[in-house]
Design a protein around this ligand. Structure first.
Ligand code: HEC
Ligand code: HEC
Ligand code: HEC
Ligand code: HEC
Ligand code: HEC
Length: 326
């Protein structure tokens, strides 16, 4: 719980800094951003069910059942309703925006959290995005009442799903070079022919760490506000890659449970004991020596050499970044 509070506090504090330093510029820019959010052009959904209908993971699961089962267990599948995320994002909508910064809830503000926690909200209409924020408030505030449970059930349909990674965020690491992702297409590492199920486009981007870093790192919203939800990517670059680390996020996080050389979609991290163990190394140095006679008082025989030892234990971080995150 402490980590959650810390994370949220980081988000809140950084938000404050931004708004105090450039309130007018941000307001001007956010008007423009409202009209042109960083979405891919498509039909807008007016209800959560319409949104889900367009981007349903279950449909993908009918042909990719193993991957679906893995993904379903991952934290990406609960990035809206996990207790930590729900509470933290509630605080942003219910306290941060209205009370701290006196700003109305708009789609542009909603996306400041959900462009990462549920990128499909890019497809939501302005009204639906605001409605989703209100549902978050209800789900948290009324969590023990049927109204809260109902809201949470609706929200649980939103997540970091298949389309988030295989379309929306697949090539946006190099948007200037590659443009917007093509509507309806599926981006993958090989461009494998799906036999007509979907257009598949090969992209190397999805196999690179930067793809993950879009969400697992510092974020700049279209109006220039910076959100710092997690700090992993900074230490991945500065402490790991700069010291010669060569593995990608995918190498370490898509390995477990992968069958036939396929990458696993379980994405184990700090909630997975095996993964945590992998991240920790223990190195013990043992130095033996003897004290000269007469140097240590109170020993039985102060004419003899006294055997002594120095034990130094190093706890080593073997992950590709600082741990824990936050
Ligand atoms: C750049 C993408 C990004 C943005 C923008 C973002 N988050 Fe996050 N958030 C993440 C990621 C990734 C994690 C998981 C971090 C980890 O496990 O190391 C996370 C984790 C969290 C957690 C902890 C969840 C848990 O299960 O303990 C909270 C709370 C949270 N975010 C709140 C917010 C709020 C509030 C906003 C909007 C002001 C926001 N986030 C915006 C990417 C983002
Ligand atoms: C958090 C991002 C993310 C999510 C969510 C995600 N994927 Fe992936 N997926 C990847 C990445 C990254 C790769 C490529 C890994 C590589 O080859 O380095 C991949 C690879 C694949 C592949 C090719 C794998 C192979 O080895 O044949 C398929 C098929 C696939 N994903 C389907 C899905 C389906 C279906 C879902 C939803 C149930 C899904 N993915 C959700 C990131 C994601
Ligand atoms: C009617 C069956 C069917 C459905 C539905 C389906 N796929 Fe596929 N898909 C395939 C087949 C067949 C392949 C090629 C063999 C393979 O890689 O599994 C494929 C390949 C892929 C690949 C690998 C591409 C690459 O470059 O290697 C990804 C990623 C993928 N699908 C994601 C999805 C996502 C996301 C959805 C849901 C929006 C989905 N698929 C729905 C049949 C389907
Ligand atoms: C669209 C944004 C997005 C992308 C892209 C993304 N993630 Fe995540 N990821 C999240 C969010 C949000 C969470 C946190 C969910 C929560 O705690 O509620 C998360 C959780 C995780 C976790 C679980 C952390 C834990 O505490 O157990 C791991 C591991 C992870 N992501 C690795 C990756 C890797 C590797 C990639 C690239 C292949 C990737 N993610 C791509 C948004 C994203
Ligand atoms: C050399 C392997 C390695 C690389 C490279 C790596 N990770 Fe990790 N990561 C780990 C291990 C091991 C853990 C578990 C350690 C722990 O949380 O105690 C972990 C933990 C995490 C967590 C959970 C953090 C927490 O506080 O619970 C997230 C999220 C994550 N990694 C994402 C990423 C992303 C994104 C990248 C690429 C930018 C990446 N990792 C690169 C090995 C790696």
């Amino acid at each position: 719980m402490k980590a959650v509070t810390m994370l949220f506090r980081t988000c809140l504090i950084l938000g404050c800094i931004m708004l105090f330093t450039q309130p007018l510029a941000a307001a001007e820019k956010s008007k423009k951003a409202d009209k042109n959010p960083h979405t891919i052009a498509t039909k807008e959904a007016k209800t959560i069910d319409e949104l889900v209908e367009m981007l349903d993971e279950k449909k993908c699961g009918s042909c990719h059942p193993e991957i679906y089962k893995e993904w379903e267990k991952s934290w990406h599948a609960k990035s809206v309703t996990s207790p930590g995320a729900l509470k933290g994002i509630h605080n942003f909508f219910a306290i941060g925006l209205p009370k701290e910064w006196k700003k109305p809830i708009t789609k542009a503000e909603v996306l400041k959290c959900y462009d990462c926690h549920a990128p499909v909200i890019n497809y939501a209409s302005e009204e639906l995005a605001v409605e989703i924020a209100e549902m978050v408030i209800t789900a948290h505030k009324e969590k023990d009442k049927p109204s809260g449970e109902k809201a949470k059930k609706e929200l649980s349909k939103l997540n970091v799903g298949c389309v988030s990674c295989h379309n929306l965020k697949a090539i946006s690491v190099a948007r200037g070079l590659r443009g917007d992702p093509k509507k309806g297409a599926i981006y993958g590492p090989t461009g494998a022919n799906s036999g007509g199920a979907h257009e598949t486009i090969e992209t190397v981007d999805i196999t690179r760490s930067v793809m993950c870093m879009q969400c697992h790192g510092k974020y700049t919203a279209p109006d220039g506000e910076t959100i710092q939800c997690n700090t992993l990517s900074g230490s991945f670059q500065n402490a790991y890659q700069n010291n010669g680390g060569t593995e990608t996020c995918q190498d370490c996080h898509m390995e477990k449970g992968g069958k036939n050389g396929k990458k696993s979609h379980l994405f184990p991290g700090g909630h997975d004991l095996d993964m945590v163990k992998k991240g920790l190394g223990l190195k013990v140095n043992f130095a033996q020596y003897r004290h000269l006679p007469g140097k240590i008082k109170g020993v039985k025989n102060d004419k003899a050499w006294i055997p002594s030892a120095i034990v130094t234990a190093f706890v080593e971080n073997k992950a590709g970044h600082r741990i824990p995150d936050g």
